[in-house]
Design a protein around this ligand. Sequence first.
Ligand SMILES: [Mn+2]
Length: 628
Amino acid sequence: MGPPWQTEHVVEPRFRWLPRDPVPLDPAFVAAVRERGASERVAAILAGRGVTDPAGAASFFGDPTAGLHDPRLLPDAELVVDRFRRARDDGERILVFGDFDADGLTGLAIVVRTCRALGIDAVPYVPSRLEEGHGLSVRAVEAARDAGASLIVTVDTGSTSHREIELARAAAIDVVVTDHHRLPDELPPALAVVNPHRPEVDYPDRRLAGSGVAFKIAGLLRDALGGDAAGVVDGVDLATIGTVADLAPVLGENRAIARLGLQALAERPRPGIAALLAVAGLRDRPLDLDTIAYAIAPRLNAAGRIGEATEAARLLLTDDPAEARELAARLEAANATRRDLTREVVEAARAAVPPGDGVAVVTRGPWPVGIVGLAAARLAEETGRPAVVGAELGSLIRASCRSGPGLDLAALLDACRDLFVRYGGHPGAAGFEIEVERWPVFVERFTALVASAGPPDPRPVLPVDLVLPPSRVDYGLVRELALLAPTGPGNPEPLVAVCGLEVARVRSVNGGHTQLVLRRRPDVLDAIAFGRDDLAGRLAEGDRVDVVARVASRIFGGIEALQLEIRDLASSGLVGELAKLAGLAGLAGRAGLAGRAGPAGEATVAGARGGTVGGTVGGPGAGSIREA
Ligand SMILES: [Mn+2]
């Protein structure tokens, strides 16, 4: 067979396959990983994710409770304990103020439940996204005063609420800030600021989400004030939901939280979560972090996006199954509305800015503020260009911006700062508020800035963890990669590039998928490409392909079988970087030769993405673990 450009069935990759840069591996680290039943290739993947030493390996694979740090290491921990003790002893009322997203709501539920368990009167308060926005609100301070609360505890927010905290102080209300967002140079004037980002504090892990900080506070209070309840791990299920919803990396202490949380969710789901899973039709499915990210979090967020998030807070606080069912049904309805509205906004934006028109998608309309971020994300993904979607609010427009890699939105907005009422964000996601009459000036300047930044590669990146010859795809690999679970943000599902497979059978299956049988010598591998019904028409028997896939093992009729869940597919040799790696690893053989004989048949790549691609060839023994 000739090179791929001479065949009829050339399939281009849809993604930019990005093998990770190699990083040198500490032999002690590799030894620690081997002790846990994994090989050097898993060590290489972990190193690429920032886990590089024996202690890191121990916490990654070891008992998760050992991965929880002492909450007394948190900044202002002692102040917090003293203030809550006084609140309990004096019968004070506390207003717990949580942000309206899933991280804030779960954190709020943790703190309120802990207070109540300790005999402290706690009132939950969730701000309105539309009317109060982010941060401690003046309205909440007034509500605290009216309710006779003498202490406000913020959750997942408050680090920049200097003015509102001053207001509370003027009303003789103490404020304890618990948060995980970046701190400004000047700390807010609160009684205590529990934020792992405080520069002078050496908390062992700064990656906690807002609900993670709340979970730590709960442990701190139970240990200090809880008597019999000291040492009890409670609320870890809620912290897991908040952590994953906030896309905090599931590594370090967050991984410990996630492992304990998944266990708690499976063994004793609280009524609100059980009801939410039931209305989503997911009650009997095994629960993983994807279920949280794609089913639980959007439903908790939906109420805040199209109405008031208070209902979601009530769902997390209730112990009554009947109330939970009723609230879950309402969230389900809110989620359906959210979905319809997002579709409407995306369609309206598409009509206003035809695809292929201009360097960026910039549009505005009378849309809910809770929806424009979702719409911008969808448009950016669809078009491969930055998207700005504005919600018109009288004389103001509140806009959300989204972009793929290669463009720094925060820097772009910085260059337009003189036009905004306020703005902020990250490279990939940002937002601003602007007066209506300044919008045209913004649009002109923003598109000029995007244009001068040059054309981005519209193809999204697909990180590749391992490059393997077909012969190395086996049950040993499946078992080893399973040790990385639970996977999620920061610790994604490992993807393997398998080079030089031959299409033995291809057919489309119901639901818009393509099923393949891929030949390697002497046997075949089953494969499925979800959402890629185009492949059935473009591939034919005998075509040679490279794939990037998740390696799964499925039980069909009592028999275990390997299955490649294909994330992307290309005609063999089209992805030059892989060919180079494959060549290094001795996979160049196109006639079904699966690498040179011997153990050096595998390229492990690890490390930060980007830059030049070079492979570390697995040394002697690298591929020999559990090889059949
Ligand atoms: Mn958060």
